[in-house]
Design a protein around this ligand. Structure first.
Ligand code: PLP
Length: 378
């Protein structure tokens, strides 16, 4: 970033990322390794720096991504990584999956056969089992049937199966009903794996822990913990605490471009949704919805200025927004303000912003747009 073009930027702390990894390692059993989920540009944090830090500083070997482009990016940054594609790859790209030594999630016999037809070389696979998420994977009513189907897929030419996995849909809830649901999901994949063992099939991998399960129901039987959101220090669900020491990695900052005092009745921003009741001081801030700071935060969000919370007044524009700085007399143009992160004693998290407009912290960080440079603090 040009220092003189400071407008809106995200500061990403590799120091905090390393701390979060240490805490996740301490949650996991010695036999469980972290599989860092770095899909969607490492949840908006920037894949290159995050992957290099995880691989080179933290010793992480396993990575999970959503698609082939992301997988090839990981391969470029880390030559010896084990990379799993969790989502769909069109079968006509099967040869690239094997050329880059990537592991593909396989959801059905039909998909295994299509991959097989499109590659001259064997493809490494983990088979996805749908135990209750209802999204992708083998669906069977009994673990015995599921194991037989897996054994059949393993017979497919050029399909080399190294593991099975499943995904929990409510591991971030502590209601008895949801806990029982996740118990059933976990039991299904464990029973399937044990059935395979009894058939003489010993796969190196079985994995079912996402961030929530890693925190709240860690199991030594999961060979990998597919940690996503907790790597970045956010909550799987805002209502449940995460282990001590996990803290957000990303901060979002911008600058005050102008401060003015306006009289009673002055309208602020598009649509005239706000008009001043009394004389007040208004600051304009250099960030807007095109930067990923949602327009749904109009008249709702707060921003830290000199350690004090200031309310957004009127609508968030594409590249700018206005705040009430009446209580911050020292605020002036050129000041740096904090939209996400800590300033003094106060902190605004992506999780807090998310709950203001009815989403989750995941969407807030993934939504910080491309034009916002990521600055790495080490
Ligand atoms: C995204 C994803 C994860 C990571 O989820 P978090 O809640 O961020 O830990 C794990 N497994 C699968 C299959 C996913 O799609």
């Amino acid at each position: 970033m040009k220092p003189y073009l400071k407008r809106a930027w995200a500061e990403v702390s590799l120091v905090q990322l390393r701390k979060n990894v240490e805490i996740i390692k301490s949650l996991n059993a010695p036999e469980t390794e972290i599989m860092a989920v770095v899909k969607a540009d490492a949840y908006g944090h920037g894949d290159e720096h995050i992957i290099k830090c995880l691989a080179n500083d933290c010793g992480i070997r396993y990575f999970a991504v959503s698609n082939l482009d992301e997988a090839i990016a990981v391969r470029k940054f880390c030559n010896d990584a084990e990379i799993l594609i969790l989502g769909y790859t069109p079968p006509e790209y099967a040869h690239e999956i094997s050329a880059y030594n990537i592991i593909q999630g396989v959801v059905s016999m039909k998909y295994a056969q299509e991959l097989s037809k499109n590659t001259p070389n064997p493809i490494r696979c983990h088979i996805k089992i749908d135990t209750g998420m209802g999204r992708i994977g083998l669906r069977s009513s009994l673990p015995e049937e599921c194991a037989i189907e897996i054994a059949e897929i393993m017979q497919t030419d050029k399909i080399s199966v190294e593991g099975i996995y499943t995904h929990f849909s409510v591991a971030d809830s502590d209601t008895p009903d949801n806990i029982a649901y996740t118990d059933k999901q976990e039991k299904f994949i464990l029973d399937t794996y044990d059935k395979l063992v009894s058939m003489g099939i010993n796969l190196p991998h079985i994995h079912f822990m996402n961030s929530a399960a890693t925190c709240y129901r860690n199991s030594s039987r999961s060979t990998l913990s597919r940690a996503g959101i907790i790597l970045y220090g956010l909550h799987p669900d805002i209502s449940l605490d995460i282990p001590d020491g996990l803290a957000p990695v990303m901060e979002l900052k911008a600058v005050i471009s102008q401060v003015k005092t306006v009289g009673a009745g002055t309208c602020i921003s598009y649509g005239r949704t706000f008009s001043a009741e009394d004389e007040m001081r208004v600051a304009t801030v250099t960030i807007g919805y095109a930067d990923g700071y949602s327009r749904l935060l109009s008249s709702k969000g707060e921003i830290l200025v000199h350690g004090k919370r200031c309310k957004i007044i009127g609508r968030v524009c594409m590249d700018q927004l206005m705040i009430d700085v009446s209580d911050v007399p020292q605020a002036e143009s050129g000041d740096i303000v904090t939209l996400i992160g800590r300033d003094g004693d106060d902190i605004i998290t992506a999780d807090e912003l998310a709950s203001l407009y009815g989403t989750i912290g995941y969407e807030v960080v993934c939504g910080i747009s491309k034009r916002v440079p990521r600055i790495y603090v080490d």
